[in-house]
Structure formats: structure tokens, C-alpha cells
Design a protein around this ligand. Structure first.
Ligand SMILES: O=C(O)C(=O)C[C@@H](O)[C@H](O)[C@H](O)COP(=O)(O)O
Ligand SMILES: [Zn+2]
Length: 370
């Protein structure tokens, strides 16, 4: 089992990563002083696959878990679902020094994480990600929150977990589409900071998709390290952390325009990365060669740009509501080569428009997953 320490100004916490480490979970909870009474928040899919096992290993370890189950999918990141969760937490009398375990993918991590940030003004959180996307990205760094109908993650907080527990063996039951979503954030880590990650996907794509444990564990580890390094330098996204938003300005606009249906976050981010790389290409700061590499990898991953469902102007409208734009000017990091980004504070909305138009021109993008 590997351990990465995320160090922040006021706290530090470990990210445990390994293959088939599930049984170690209760002893780690004990090591971190977790009280016996805890709330596991999960979704219907994860609960059908893994909840019995989690509950039995927790009970065997001396814990008394209670469970809250929500519907899977981004639409659960809403005020109404959050409110139901809070009601259940009150009814189960979860105390301030007790813990919520976010057991699931990115939606559960964000939603249960946000519940843990606001319930009784904050209780302990353990991030137990079960999807690739959650393991490499959303479980790390403390961003928790829900969506508003006008935009993604517009309501939220920074609330760090006591620890993150990533067992890559959970990926065996993950649908290919979810693996692909996670790969979106992995590719992002490659482009923004670790060219080796990008190369691994370029050259070992089939092994990654077939979940070769050695390669997958390496990708999860390297991506978690990229994320930890960035968050530890800029916890509250004053500047450097904005690099993790690569692909998300356009990506969030696409997701919101579809009302968070049809395209998943990681898929939308892939199109966002392609669009935002196009801005770099147009500015002459990214070579055509590097741009083509990015495009090839994204096309190879084979996500669908559901042109027929998308409306250019709606996407642009939602991009305009994005918090990155709401706060001040259009600031963003753009790739200048694979593995290296540069910050710009002079992006104008025309460039975003042209990038969105470019995505619509990519007729070659296969319609495979709708
Ligand atoms: O942790 C971060 O910082 C990120 O930007 C990671 C993103 O991949 C993630 O989707 C995040 O939730 C987006 O945050 P937002 O502040 O742009 O809503
Ligand atoms: Zn993301």
C-alpha cells in the first residue's frame, strides 16, 4: 500500500493507494481515531456491489455504521438531495466528533463531503473513492459541493478528509464508460504537469482500458501526486490550483447545457481540454504537433461529442455563469506543451467562442456512447 501525504497550512492527511487493500480499512480508521458510530453515504450502484462487504468489515472492526443511499448520477448533487441527507444525519444522531464516509464516485464524494462540511458546522470525513475519477481527482483536495441549475459546483466548501482510501481493485466492476471518464482527469494531470502520465496513456492505452493493475496503480499514484503537489501549494485556488481547472471552463458549460445528463463530467472535461488546447494553438503558444497529440489521445479514448443534443449558444451562456468567470476576468491556465501550463489573465470570450465552434466542427468525433 502506498501513502502520499497532502500537507496544507493547517492540516495534513494521507492518501492511501493500493490493490486489494479493502480489509485494511477498519484498522486505518482506528489508527486515525475514528469513533465507532459513523455514517456511510453511498449510491444505489455501489451499495449493491460493495455495501454488505463494507458493513461487515466495519462491524468486525468494532464500528457501528449507519447508511444513507442516494440515486447515482450528477443530478443527486442538488439542494433537495442534500437536505434529505441532513435530515437522515440528524435522525441518526451523528455527533460532531463522528464521521461521514463518502463511499462512491465523484458525485458521492462531492455531495457527502459537502454534507460533512455543513452538518453541525462540520464533522469528520473519509473519502473512500470507488471510481477512477474519484481516485485520481475529486477525493483529493477538499473541494466539496453541489450543483445549481445555473451551473456546476456553484454551492460548496473546502473541507478536507481525515484520509483518502483508494483501492484500485474496485475498478474491476466499473463500467468502461466510467473508466473513460476517469481517464479524462488522468490525461489532464498529464497535460498540466506530468508528461510521463500522458505518454503512458498514449502508449499503453489498451492495457489501461483492460485495467492492467500495475499500470493503473501507477497512473492513480502519479495523478494523486500531481493533485497533492498543486493543492498543497495553493489550497484555496488563489492562482496555481486553477491549473486543475484545465478543460473545466468549457467542460462545465457543456455539462450544464445538457442539464448534467447524457455526458459525464470526465467526458465533458475531455472536450473542454480539446477546446482549451485549441485556444493555445490559436495563440501560437502550443505547437501543432503537441496539439495533435492531445487531440489523438482524446479521440483514441473515443468519447462522444453529442453534437445533435448540444446548442452552441447555450454552452456559451453556461460558460458565462461559471464561477471562474463570475469571479473577475477570464483567467485561465493554458497548455504550452504537454506537461507544462502557463497562466493568462487576458483571455477574451471570443477565444472561448471559437474553441466551442471548433468542437462543433469535429465531425470525426465518434458517436459511440450515447
Ligand atoms: O480540485 C480542483 O481544484 C479541481 O479543479 C479539480 C476538478 O477536476 C474538479 O472537477 C473540481 O470539482 C472542479 O472544481 P470547480 O471549482 O471548477 O467547480
Ligand atoms: Zn474535474
Amino acid at each position: 500500500m502506498h501513502k502520499i501525504i497532502l500537507s496544507l497550512k493547517n492540516t495534513r492527511y494521507p492518501i492511501y493507494i493500493g490493490n486489494e487493500i479493502f480489509s485494511k480499512f477498519p484498522s486505518l480508521c482506528k489508527k486515525h481515531g475514528i469513533k465507532p458510530h459513523l455514517a456511510v453515504i453511498t449510491d444505489k450502484i455501489v451499495s449493491e456491489l460493495y455495501l454488505d462487504e463494507l458493513l461487515s468489515i466495519l462491524k468486525r472492526g468494532g464500528f457501528s455504521p449507519e447508511v444513507i443511499i442516494v440515486n447515482p448520477g450528477e443530478t443527486s448533487k442538488s439542494l433537495s438531495v442534500l437536505s434529505k441527507i441532513i435530515t437522515q444525519l440528524i435522525q441518526m444522531k451523528l455527533r460532531r466528533d463522528e464521521t461521514i464516509v463518502a463511499f462512491g464516485g465523484g458525485v458521492i464524494g462531492d455531495l457527502a463531503g459537502f454534507a460533512s462540511a455543513i452538518y453541525l458546522r462540520g464533522v469528520n470525513l473519509i473519502q473512500f473513492p470507488t471510481t477512477l475519477l474519484a481516485m485520481v481527482d475529486s477525493s483529493i483536495g477538499g473541494k466539496v459541493g453541489i450543483d445549481h441549475k445555473l451551473g456546476k459546483n456553484l454551492i460548496g466548501a473546502f473541507h478536507h478528509p481525515v484520509f483518502v482510501f483508494s483501492d484500485i481493485s474496485f475498478l474491476k466492476t466499473l463500467p468502461k464508460r466510467e473508466i473513460i471518464c476517469g481517464l479524462g482527469e488522468v490525461v489532464k494531470c498529464g497535460i498540466i504537469m506530468d508528461a510521463e502520465i500522458f505518454k503512458m496513456i498514449e502508449t499503453n492505452f489498451e492495457s489501461v482500458l483492460n485495467l492492467n493493475p500495475k499500470i493503473v496503480q501507477n497512473l492513480v499514484l502519479r495523478s494523486a501526486m500531481v493533485k497533492s503537489r498543486i493543492v498543497s501549494k495553493d489550497e484555496k485556488e488563489k492562482r496555481l490550483r486553477m491549473v486543475l481547472n484545465f478543460g473545466h471552463t468549457i467542460g462545465h458549460g457543456i455539462e450544464a447545457s445538457l442539464n448534467y445528463k447524457r455526458l459525464k463530467h470526465g467526458e465533458a472535461v475531455m472536450f473542454g481540454m480539446l477546446g482549451e488546447s485549441f485556444i493555445s494553438l490559436n495563440r501560437g503558444i502550443l505547437s501543432l504537433d503537441e496539439f495533435e497529440r492531445i487531440k489523438r489521445v482524446i479521440f483514441k479514448i473515443g468519447v462522444v461529442f453529442p453534437q445533435k443534443l448540444l446548442e452552441r449558444n447555450l454552452i456559451l451562456k453556461y460558460i458565462g455563469y461559471d464561477k471562474k468567470i463570475l469571479s473577475e476576468r477570464l483567467n485561465m491556465y493554458l497548455p504550452i506543451k504537454i506537461g507544462k501550463m502557463k497562466f493568462f489573465d487576458d483571455i477574451n470570450f471570443d477565444e472561448i467562442e471559437r474553441a466551442v465552434d471548433f468542437l462543433f466542427e469535429q465531425n470525426k468525433i465518434k458517436l459511440t456512447s450515447t
